[in-house]
Design a protein around this ligand. Structure first.
Ligand code: CTP
Length: 400
């Protein structure tokens, strides 16, 4: 079992999503972990101690003061192999950033050197607030693993981003994090990663875009940095990234092309995870197109195929980087991916069926098949995008 012999502290804070932590607890135990739940006062308003008593490996702990240990937080923090905070409210995120230790969970988080995974869940407005995003960025810089919230139904009937990730994703991330002492396989290497979907403006307020969120590209960039690489991330996404990553934000395919070329010259590998528009409006209307002017005729022209351009430059000897492309497909995945491999001059194509369940755009999980120019074909079944990122880094390192 993947978590056999591991002591996992499961911190539960007081969001409505706390009920899902019960399922996370059960799945962690099923994966072999020794699970010690730590519930905050607010969590106790949402879920009961009895449930955790029945499912976890030890009775839940709820206070700094009622434990047989005189200093329970240091005991918990020092002996944990992993701490998972699920759900993580805005309050605990802000406590973690500042090191405030007002209750057993926050004190344990300060008293540990174990890896920490947090699963934020809150209303969209709270998640988008600069204070929260800044706190998340700081925690990521410190190595805290974030399981990003998903889009969906929120408390009170609202719909938007902020819903706790699925229990399965949380547990997969916990497993990946414990197995994430990834060897420094990319030490001394420079890796360029593109992420997100480009937006091609039609007029000052409208654009042609796609459904890519950048999650997979960002996960690859994070994994490459963990594996020791110097990482240049060129992204259209507003997802956070750690400070060890050199980040350039772009919007259009043309900007992405320009920045990739700028970053490519001394790169050892270039991973084109971005969903680049194939066509862009030939002209951008200088003013908002008005309905009263009738149905607009938008003429599109092809954008540069960046990966194919890199492939050509490599063939000419201008570039030496290993080229890794993605293939977002909804049918004939294998044939289309192999076609892209030769057509674009790539060394590897990572194909995902974006129409599959729990795979592709916006999900935190993915399932891909990696086709390489040497004819090999490796299928990575459904797992977190973080794990896919780690596996890809190992595969890339084997070809450098
Ligand atoms: N790509 C690129 N520049 C473009 C279009 C795509 O660099 N203008 C890259 C993507 O980043 C990805 C790969 O090419 O790594 C394949 O992208 P995909 O959209 O699947 O393929 P397309 O070339 O657009 O082909 P099709 O639309 O026929 O599937």
């Amino acid at each position: 079992m993947p978590l056999s012999g591991k002591r996992v502290v499961l911190g539960v804070t007081g969001g409505i999503a706390a009920y899902k932590s019960i399922e996370v607890c059960r799945r962690l135990v099923d994966a072999g972990a020794h699970v010690i739940p730590v519930l905050t006062d607010a969590a106790l308003n949402m879920v009961g101690e009895t449930t955790f008593r029945a499912l976890a490996s030890e009775p839940p702990k709820t206070s700094l003061w009622n434990d047989s240990h005189t200093i329970p937080h240091t005991h918990l923090g020092q002996t944990a192999d992993l701490i998972v905070v699920c759900p993580a409210t805005a309050r605990i995120i802000s406590d973690m950033r500042t090191g405030r230790s007002g209750d057993l969970l926050s004190a344990t988080l300060v008293a540990t050197e174990a890896p920490v995974v947090i699963c934020p869940a809150m209303h969209t407005e709270m998640w988008d607030h600069p204070a929260i995003q800044e706190n998340i960025g700081v925690l990521m810089d410190r190595g805290v693993v974030i399981v990003p919230p998903e889009e969906g139904r929120l408390a009170g009937g609202d719909i938007g981003k902020g819903r706790l990730a699925a229990p399965e994703t949380v547990v997969q991330t916990a497993i990946a994090t414990l197995g994430a002492d990834i060897p420094q396989v990319l030490d001394g290497r420079t890796v360029v990663v593109t992420a997100g979907g480009t937006r091609e403006p039609i007029d000052p307020v409208r654009f042609i875009g796609n459904r890519s969120t950048g999650k997979q590209g960002h996960a690859i960039a994070e994994a490459a940095a963990r594996a020791g690489a110097k990482v240049r991330l060129i992204t259209t996404s507003n997802l956070p990234s750690g400070s060890q990553i050199e980040r350039t934000d772009v919007v259009t395919a043309a900007e992405l092309h320009r920045e990739v070329l700028r970053a490519a010259s001394d790169a050892d590998a270039i991973v084109m995870a971005a969903a680049v528009a194939d066509f862009a409006p030939s002209e951008i209307a200088p003013h908002k197109i008005k309905k009263a002017d009738g149905v607009p005729q938008i003429v599109l022209t092809p954008t540069v195929d960046i990966l194919a351009d890199l492939g050509k430059r490599k063939a000419n000897g201008e570039l030496h980087a290993l080229l890794v492309g993605f293939a977002a497909e909804t049918s004939n995945v294998a044939d289309n991916a192999r076609g892209k491999l030769s057509r674009k001059g790539a060394d590897m194509i990572v194909a995902n069926n974006v129409a599959g369940e729990n795979t592709g755009f916006a999900h935190s999980t993915n399932a891909v098949t990696v086709y390489a120019i040497d004819g090999s074909e490796v299928a990575l079944s459904l797992r977190s995008k973080a794990e896919i990122g780690t596996e890809l880094c190992v595969m890339i390192s084997q070809r450098l």
